[in-house]
Design a protein around this ligand. Structure first.
Ligand SMILES: Cc1cc2nc3c(=O)[nH]c(=O)nc-3n(C[C@H](O)[C@H](O)[C@H](O)COP(=O)(O)O)c2cc1C
Length: 361
């Protein structure tokens, strides 16, 4: 690992190394969003429009970032979000990311579109391993999948609910890129997915003993329904801007959802979080944990497991710096008063606007 500590001292270097490893198809697939990519930009805009209201003369000599995210204590308030095609970015795919999550003591969400066998993914980490399921069959098929997820020993079930239909990703369409991992398990798979409703959530809740995480909630109405259906975690997400175009930035959706559920469930969020300071904003505004997507995909593309570890080490340093300078010695010391909406944008939001020194061409 020593080599990578010298080679990569800021995230930008890891991102550049990752981008350089990807062929044009994989690069566009990774960085792209749906249609006009407005949602993707709004994710960044929502983060960049918040400024800190720091407090000073607070003792920050002992910083604690440990927190229980799903079932175990996590070293950071961060987890690796589900990404269905990690093998497209590195030959060891999910296992490499799982090893890195294990080493850094944080949860990993494994995607059901992965090429790795679920048991292999589970075995890659002793920390929380969550299985993210896409509906690709009827209720019997879904119930059987849930049983297998329990039997294999995953720590939680994540149902992604922002994908009733597959979006139009025009970067991929322009390249005529048809994704081999878009598995359809039955002739009706896409119909089953589009017909999946709260009734199914109620049935799954009755039968599933694991914590259930609903990924893709973006309104207070759905957050309340999730609470009524006994969901354990509301995961505020717009799929990194890859599904509905012109959705709100997730940080802009957090407040109404936090108010609606008022501590009845945990709240996770993702979408555009690239730096420690981005994450501190979400925690201050009420999220319990923050998921990262493209950032770890690029670290994986750069040098596999070691890249994800190094990226997380840098993220940890950034988190510590942001916490200390904002005047909070722990996550629980953060409050909405540490953040204020600020209309003036310092940089024009885009996927890599957290790294203004980076050449993105
Ligand atoms: C290449 C790629 C593949 C993804 N695949 C899935 C998936 O299979 N299931 C899922 O729930 N979300 C998937 N997502 C969405 C992520 O879980 C997450 O919501 C998003 O990447 C967060 O935004 P960020 O990339 O800006 O951090 C994918 C995202 C990317 C970039």
């Amino acid at each position: 690992m020593g080599d990578h500590q010298e080679k990569f001292i800021v995230q930008q270097e890891i991102l550049e190394a990752g981008l350089a490893e990807l062929d044009p198809l994989a690069k566009d697939y990774l960085i792209g969003g749906a249609e006009s990519e407005a949602t993707l930009l709004r994710n960044r805009a929502a983060i960049e429009r918040r400024a800190f209201r720091p407090r000073v003369l607070v003792d920050v000599s002992q910083l604690s970032m440990e927190t229980k995210i799903v079932t175990r204590m996590s070293q950071l308030p961060v987890f690796l979000a589900p990404v269905g095609a990690l093998h497209r970015f590195h030959s060891q795919g999910d296992s490499a990311a799982g090893f890195a999550a294990n080493k850094m003591g944080i949860p990993m969400f494994f995607g059901s579109l992965s090429q790795n066998a679920p048991s292999e993914m589970r075995a890659s980490t002793k920390h929380d391993a969550i299985y993210q399921l896409y509906v690709r069959g009827d209720s019997n098929w879904v119930d059987e999948q849930v049983r297998q997820v329990e039997d294999i020993g995953f720590d939680g079930l994540c149902l992604t609910v922002d994908s009733a239909v597959y979006s139009r990703r025009e970067r991929d369409m322009l390249r005529r890129f048809s994704k081999p991992w878009r598995k359809e398990y039955s002739p009706n798979a896409l119909n089953d997915q589009a017909g999946f409703t709260w009734k199914d959530i109620a049935r799954i809740r009755r039968n599933c003993k694991l914590p259930i995480i609903l990924k893709g909630i973006a309104s207070h109405e759905d957050a309340r329904l999730a609470v009524e259906h006994g969901v354990d975690v509301i995961y505020v997400s717009n799929h990194g801007g890859r599904q509905l175009d012109h959705a709100r930035g997730t940080l802009d959706a957090l407040d109404e959802i936090k108010t609606a559920v008022s501590n009845q469930t945990k709240l996770f969020i993702d979408g555009g979080f690239m730096r420690g300071s981005d994450i501190v904003k979400a925690l201050a505004l009420g999220a319990d944990a923050v998921g990262i997507g493209r950032l770890y995909c690029l670290a994986l593309a750069a040098v596999g497991e070691a890249g994800v570890i190094r990226m997380l080490e840098i993220l940890k340093e950034e988190l510590e710096t942001a916490l200390a300078l904002v005047g909070a010695s722990s996550i629980s010391a953060l409050s909405p008063d540490h953040v204020v909406a600020e209309p003036f944008l310092v940089t024009q939001p885009h996927l890599f606007s957290a790294f203004p020194l980076m050449e993105t061409k």
